[in-house]
Ligand binder design. Sequence first.
Ligand SMILES: Nc1nc2c([nH]c(=O)n2[C@@H]2O[C@H](COP(=O)(O)OP(=O)(O)OP(=O)(O)O)[C@@H](O)[C@H]2O)c(=O)[nH]1
Length: 335
Amino acid sequence: MPDSTPAFAPLATERFVLRPLRAEDAAELHRLVNDWEVAKTLARVPFPYPRQLADEWIASTLEQIAEGTAYHLAIAQPEAEGGAMLGCVGLTIEREERSAELGYWVARRHWGQGIAPEAAGRLARWAIANLNIDRITASALTDNARSAAVLRRIGFRDAGKGQRDFLSRGGGMPVLLFEAGRADLAPPVAPPAPAPEAALAGGKPILLVAAVGLIDPDNRVLLARRPEGKPLAGLWEFPGGKVRAGETPEVALIRELKEELGIDVTEACLAPFAFASHGYEAFHLLMPLFLCRRWQGQVTALEGQALAWVRPQRLADYAMPPADVPLVALLRDFL
Ligand SMILES: Nc1nc2c([nH]c(=O)n2[C@@H]2O[C@H](COP(=O)(O)OP(=O)(O)OP(=O)(O)O)[C@@H](O)[C@H]2O)c(=O)[nH]1
């Protein structure tokens, strides 16, 4: 399955942009990273850092972005503020493991301004939502308390100790290992609005969500990817959403399909198929799944979400929320 980022659009953070490096960044990159205080914290940076290596490194990062194997980006001021480079942040993908390794550095004169957590946090959240990974790993030298604090602030958990080769130190060095999954990088989930007493399940409110398997004439099912910033970002799901007070599941679904996909569906075309009942940490999800083969209008991603029409036998290739797993099996057998 291809990742949804053929050409890399810069990522904005509150104060900066994360953009691909450019050939003309080489002299500045060399000046900033050829600093023992920076180089000594980085595993793959030699010291002294040869000027020519900056050109080669930048060229290799562009190839890696094009191949989708790694995303090494400049942390820069917005162009309107001068565009100066402040450091770099990067992710190397380990496709087989559905994971990626995070690294970053910030130029010494910009230390203490919270640049690393802002940049690395954004890249990590973007990656879990847009690349086919479930986990991000990182490491920090055992004596680099500042870097360990950055990782914990983003949401990384301690995952033991290890040893890594450091080019700048000429050999193996002890490191603290860190790891973050989808839930660690997600915003805190607010429980749904107070439910009627009858709707409390084991102390958790019941959340009623209506979802649909839209099926096209080729018998493919539409999945939508949960965007960055939402819980379960990066997982694929059936289109739909929360049923609001006063709505039936059908009415809620008709509204959501119009808002999210720009299509018109009638109640008569929504066939009840199955339901999910799943205990998440903050709520218990009750989700009727309808099937629909007829709608009006062109399916369009109106909320910037990635969409995929998926053949039933390929549904297992798409990571979905745990509540959907039994539904996928039923749907595959049915179609
Ligand atoms: N639409 C949909 N939601 C699902 C599926 N599986 C599943 O667990 N859910 C959960 O059901 C809830 C759907 O709520 P939603 O899409 O309206 O709301 P949201 O969390 O995106 O936040 P929002 O209120 O900002 O829109 C989420 O907690 C989502 O994780 C699915 O296949 N489709």
